[in-house]
Write a protein that binds this ligand. Structure first.
Ligand code: ZN
Length: 453
């Protein structure tokens, strides 16, 4: 649809409270804002409009009668971005935390992921996983699927139907994996090529392929080189894991004694401005520098880092060194598919780091909110499209209703002068109850009118 052919009726204009992040300020609350969307694109955002709706209507050509006035207690925020989630692991979320990463993979993850050779099972499981992330306000996600290319295509179909924006990766593993869940190098590459072709044929507007070597331990150098070639040929992003746990880092040291974990990826052409590396807890200063130089983004997954007892990422250090950081749920190393939970946990683990460090400034909830929105958009290379309400971006938003029926928290506007930021702060801490599924999210996109709530 060409923008020139849009009628006045294709405007969606909101008036009310809008909260988002910019590079300058972690949280910008606009109390009486007017936000104009034409088709799916944000055309204007103006603060404290007073009585000038008619002037804006004349300037932009929308009907002032159609303006949607947000109710008291409602506000708009950008959609949450999950930069790292394993869709197949949703089926065993919340179980298996008796073991650390490497043993956890062998005992729980690989047997479960191997079941996705059954396309009917994959369909059922993926449908539930995607629906659940949308319920938690994730409008964009970067998914790992499994080794099975057909099931990965199915996942992409489900996401497209649900109206979510996503990257989907067929996982690659050709060594150090169980017999029932491993590929031959050539098959791994040819199946990935087939997957990319299928995705290209389908031409989804918001769902595309991402090259997905699981991590260095399960990938030969031949496989990594082949995947790097595929990423270059098809101009695709790359996702993987890096320096998640101490045992994993020692294992990689045995496989590649001459070099650092981060260098292994770089030596095989897998670090770029379009690479997303999950965790990075144990990267040393040189490795952090390499991540910055190559433009690699980091998916910080605090829930998983805690529950697999992997470690604590020093996000402050990464932000000071200007490395791109977003938040991920890492379901099901993380037990919670909610990015709101990731916001809270990222603040919590950062405060734990501060306990034994003098003059350490833990990240604030405002900064965590920015990681979950604008930061995620940078990590996924989507900053020109989503992440905040800058003019020119797509309208990708959550309508938060703090007074909805069964709201898991109460406000006291009349008796206790809550100001907007108090309410917003409450939102950041309400994740404990948000997991009960009672909190109502409305996920709305102006184009295609897809709704998930
Ligand atoms: Zn992961």
């Amino acid at each position: 649809m060409s923008n020139n052919n849009l009628e006045a009726s294709e405007w969606t204009v909101f008036r009310g409270t809008v909260i988002h992040s910019t590079h300058e300020e972690a949280v910008v609350p606009l109390k009486d804002a007017i936000l104009g969307v034409r088709g799916s694109q944000i055309k204007f955002l103006s603060e404290s409009v007073g009585g000038n709706i008619d002037d804006l209507a004349k300037e932009y050509g929308f009907n002032p009668k159609d303006v949607k006035h947000l109710k008291d207690g409602q506000f708009l925020i950008p959609g949450f971005i999950d930069t790292h989630i394993h869709a197949p692991q949703y089926v065993f979320t919340g179980t298996g935390y008796d073991l650390p990463l490497m043993e956890w993979l062998d005992k729980y993850t690989f047997p479960t992921e191997s079941k996705f050779s059954d396309i009917k099972f994959a369909d059922r499981a993926y449908s539930k996983a995607v629906k659940r992330t949308i319920k938690h306000g994730t409008t964009t996600a970067c998914y790992f699927a499994t080794l099975h290319a057909k099931a990965a295509v199915k996942l992409a179909e489900i996401i497209d139907k649900a109206g979510q924006r996503a990257f989907v990766g067929k996982v690659n593993m050709d060594q150090n994996s169980p017999k029932f869940y491993v590929e031959k190098t050539e098959n791994s590459l040819s199946e990935t090529k087939w997957f990319i072709e299928q995705m290209n044929e389908r031409q989804y507007s918001r769902v595309s392929a991402v090259i997905t070597p699981r991590f260095v331990p399960t990938c030969t150098v031949g496989l990594m080189d082949g995947l790097s070639d595929l990423a270059k040929t098809h101009n695709l992003p790359i996702q993987s894991h890096l320096c998640e746990s101490k045992n994993e880092v020692s294992f990689v040291k045995k496989l590649h004694p001459e070099t650092s974990y981060t260098d292994v990826y770089n030596d095989h052409g897998l670090l770029s401005e379009r690479t997303i590396m999950a965790h990075c807890v144990y990267c040393d200063d040189k490795e952090i520098e390499l991540l910055k130089e190559t433009g690699t983004g980091i998916a910080h997954c605090p829930n998983s880092n805690t529950f697999l007892a992997s470690g604590i990422l020093d996000v402050r250090k990464l932000l000071e060194r200007k490395v791109k950081v977003g938040l991920g749920t890492d379901v099901s190393g993380g037990y919670n598919p909610s990015i709101l939970d990731a916001i809270r946990q990222s603040v919590g683990v950062s405060k734990l780091l501060a306990v034994d460090r003098e003059n350490y400034s833990p990240i604030s909830y405002q900064e965590a909110f920015r990681l979950a929105t604008l930061g995620g958009s940078q990590v996924l290379g989507l900053e020109d499209k989503i992440g905040n309400f800058e003019v020119g971006k797509e309208f990708d938003a959550l309508l938060i209703d703090t007074k909805c029926a069964d709201s898991p928290f109460d406000t006291f506007n009349d008796e206790y002068a809550d100001d907007l930021m108090d309410i917003f702060r409450s939102l950041s801490s309400l994740v404990m109850t948000a997991t009960s599924g009672k909190f109502t999210w409305q996920v709305k996109r102006s184009s295609q009118g897809s709704n998930g709530s």
